[in-house]
Design a protein. Sequence first.
Length: 260
Amino acid sequence: MIIEYPSAKDHHKIKLFTTTRPGGVSEGNYASLNVSPFCGDNPEHVKHNLQQLAGKINISPEKILIPYQVHGTEVRKIDDAFMQLDSKEQTELLHGIDALVTNITGVCIGVTTADCVPVFLYDTTKQAVAVAHAGWRGTCAKIVSKTIHLMLSEYNCKPEDIQAVIGPSISVQAYQVGEELYTAFQEAGFPVDGIFTRRDTGLYVNLWKTNELLLLSEGVVSSNIVNANRCTYTEHELFFSARRLGVKSGRMLSGIYIHV
């Protein structure tokens, strides 16, 4: 139902996980543990799946916060004022958001993916956590950098104290792209020859390495960066993959929270 990350086990108060496909009630391309309310699934199925997840992580469903992502770079801070709003107001504030940060205990912040890269960030010194949705657009626009900047400004985090996990997402072996991506990353200042690979079958981009480069550029220490090394496209029976199933399909939730 979920996979957890060894890097967080030493910090028992901070938990991070990614849901998997099995274990829910959704059907067809959403089978079976789809937890995204934004991808066209039966709302009752999504509600049931979220309740199952809530029981698993021991957090009430209304404290599992999932933004409506748009492949942008808007980061939302979840604070006490946000949590006091009603669900409609919270939903409005989560629209168009691709990363969340918080230092509140007992609130799970997450992003949904099905090939895009979820990047977890946490600082055990300041007890602050974040998670970002980094598809190619978000990665190219440096959403991870923006999220780190917010952790520094809002919670006085230091880059060397931040730990990062790159979650399950499409690997360079499977992610064939068009030449326009090469141009976009080149114009954004990335070392394109180090992140793109050309093969007989075409052009491939390594989003894992690209996000790692962004983390390093912000001062995150290499020994504090963990790559799950899990490809959603090749492990499609365990993870949702939009490249295999199409856009109207299920999503995993990559969530992080500070245990009460």
